[in-house]
Design a protein around this ligand. Sequence first.
Ligand SMILES: NC(=O)c1ccc[n+]([C@@H]2O[C@H](COP(=O)([O-])OP(=O)(O)OC[C@H]3O[C@@H](n4cnc5c(N)ncnc54)[C@H](OP(=O)(O)O)[C@@H]3O)[C@@H](O)[C@H]2O)c1
Length: 311
Amino acid sequence: MTTTQRAVLVRAYGGASAAEVAEIAKPAAGDGQVLVRVGAAGVNGIDWKFREGLVQKAFPMQLPAVLGIELAGTVEAVGPGASRFKIGDRVMGPLGRLGAYAEFVPVAEGNLVHTPEDLDDVQAAGIPVAAVAAWQSLHQAGPIAAGQRILIHGAAGGLGGYAVQYAKQAGAEVFATASAAHLDYVRSLGADHVIDYRREHFESVAQDIDLVLDYVGGEGLDRSWGVLAPDGAIVSAAAPDILARTPVGHRGLWFVNKADAVLLARLVAEIAEGSLVPKFSEIVGFNDIPAAIEGNRIGPRIGKVVADFSR
Ligand SMILES: NC(=O)c1ccc[n+]([C@@H]2O[C@H](COP(=O)([O-])OP(=O)(O)OC[C@H]3O[C@@H](n4cnc5c(N)ncnc54)[C@H](OP(=O)(O)O)[C@@H]3O)[C@@H](O)[C@H]2O)c1
């Protein structure tokens, strides 16, 4: 039996070359964990920020670290005290920590759900973080009432694509920013108003907004206070310093997604039955993960990139 495995490792924070494919020790399942033989892992917009050390305050990590935050695969071993899954079960979920870009990964069983038969590992691996984070961030500031106006920055991305669909399901009027090449895609998800952020000021289209979902950060966030309705709020998944940037009299909330297997199972079922559409922009092989992480930083693209470990 081999005792080492391939992983995408960061030894020191840095640019594109700081993430490398390396051999590391193969782990065992700990208490309450299952060891997953990974079939595929989702590549996320936050991976390059971990690589560069930009999110250390919000999400502390110790080096060296294996990157990757979500996966799908097959249970290889069951640790002490774990009872929800058996060897051979197909599972998917977020890790709730780093480490998904490795061939074998121990995962707290409470984070995982059974992968529906209709989804293969590549389809499943790109769902957990984006779908759950989009749903949770949409509802963080309070219940959504039908007819509310929601502005989504970064609507073409992994989180944004789901958020547009969840906001429409909730009966909201959706304003969405994206680059020109992605406007048709965002419109196809149900957005009522699409705004090319490079050519148009979103303020000229979106006003009296009840909720801004910020998946981008930067100056778009700072300009968004001006479009809020009196009781409106901004929830940001991209700017950990949103509280410091919130003007007096406004409501700004920093979002951190939490593993929630019950919610994930529900959202995955909607995808498996076809009432919610996941979007994959690219499937890459294991050795191409470092390049895909950098590709996410420089964009542009729509939906999720997924790494297929069989390639
Ligand atoms: N806090 C948390 O718990 C948490 C969890 C998951 C993700 N995140 C964060 O959430 C953000 C989104 O993640 P993701 O995985 O969805 O990223 P992603 O797939 O890389 O999507 C980002 C999208 O932003 C768009 N964009 C870039 N600049 C823009 C601008 N000025 N205005 C409007 N859209 C712009 C891009 O679309 P175009 O190509 O059309 O420009 C791209 O599709 C990232 O910052 C990530 O770090 C946070």
